[in-house]
Structure formats: structure tokens, C-alpha cells
Design a protein around this ligand. Structure first.
Ligand code: ZN
Ligand code: ZN
Length: 168
């Protein structure tokens, strides 16, 4: 759980915090990301404009993704900087209703940051990973990992989709 304490921020110029959030608090499986360590976050939250918020900070974590060719896990370290501007409901109302970007309302007491944080991790993780360059992948015929072993299939493995045609 990570949030901006708006009541606390109202009393001061700037909130500075450093947190470690356990990997179980994130749900990144559907993005093919498996967190291998806590997510370390450094945040500096300050006032911006009349009553908006600026969040600046860094996110660091270790993660694993699957190689897109052979599905072996590939470990990497993610380190990204954050800069998010949250527009207050009040300033949006006084700005001809331009509603781009992130919004919050001082009355809500706090701003939950977990979704934003998940999003930053997903955006900064590589979209396609390969365990080596180039990864030779898996043989479609025998399922052998071609990086580690030699496949003994005949030269052109039969694509099962052709079987239908051959039987006719
Ligand atoms: Zn691979
Ligand atoms: Zn093979």
C-alpha cells in the first residue's frame, strides 16, 4: 500500500518518503512480469501551481520475464524515474474542463499510488525479452531447446496444420 497523505501535505511544503513494498502487493502476472524483490520507492511530493501536486521519484526492483522464443525466465533489474502531475478537482474546474492527466481531490484525504506504480513498472519493463542474442528458441518438431542441445528432427519438421491436407 502506498499513498499520498493529503492532510499531511497540506501542512507542509514537501513530503519525502522511502518505502519498500512487497512483491505480493502487485498483480503483474498478466503483463508477464514476475517481481523477484521488494519494490523500492523514493518519493518527493510537492505542491504545484495553485493546488496541484507534483510527484517525483524513483522505482527500483528485480524482475523476471519469459524469453519470447524459448520461455526461459530472464532476470533483469528495473530502475526508473517517475514524474507525475496530479491536477486537483478544483483546478480542473477552473480550467475550462481540460481533463487530461491525473486527477485528485483534496477532500479525498489520500491518493492511492499502487496503480500508478504498477503502471510505471509495466511501462519501463522491456516489452520483449530474449534470454540471449539471438535465442534459437524451441524446435517446433521435438520441443528441444535449441540453445542447449541439437535437434534430431528431419530437416523440415512437419507442421501439424498440413496433416489435414495430406489426408485428403
Ligand atoms: Zn530464449
Ligand atoms: Zn526438433
Amino acid at each position: 500500500m502506498l499513498y499520498i497523505d493529503l492532510n499531511e501535505l497540506q501542512k507542509t511544503n514537501k513530503l519525502i518518503s522511502q518505502e519498500f513494498i512487497g512483491p505480493d502487493e502487485f498483480d503483474l502476472d498478466k503483463f508477464g512480469i514476475d517481481l523477484k524483490s521488494s519494490v523500492g520507492i523514493k518519493l518527493e511530493i510537492s505542491h504545484s501551481g495553485i493546488d496541484d501536486l507534483l510527484l517525483e521519484g524513483t522505482v527500483e526492483t528485480d524482475l523476471e520475464q519469459k524469453c519470447r522464443k524459448c520461455l526461459n525466465p530472464v532476470a533483469s533489474t528495473l530502475s526508473a524515474s517517475l514524474e507525475l502531475l496530479f491536477k486537483s478537482k478544483h483546478s480542473l474546474e477552473n480550467n475550462d474542463g481540460i481533463e487530461d492527466g491525473l486527477q485528485f481531490d483534496w477532500k479525498q484525504g489520500k491518493v492511492d499510488l499502487m496503480d500508478h506504480l504498477s503502471q510505471e513498472i509495466v511501462l519501463n519493463a522491456l516489452s520483449f525479452v530474449e534470454c540471449r542474442n539471438p535465442c534459437l528458441g524451441i524446435c517446433a518438431g521435438c520441443g528441444e531447446h535449441l540453445n542447449d542441445s541439437v535437434c534430431v528432427c528431419p530437416e523440415q519438421p512437419t507442421d501439424p496444420r498440413w496433416d489435414v491436407l495430406l489426408n485428403n
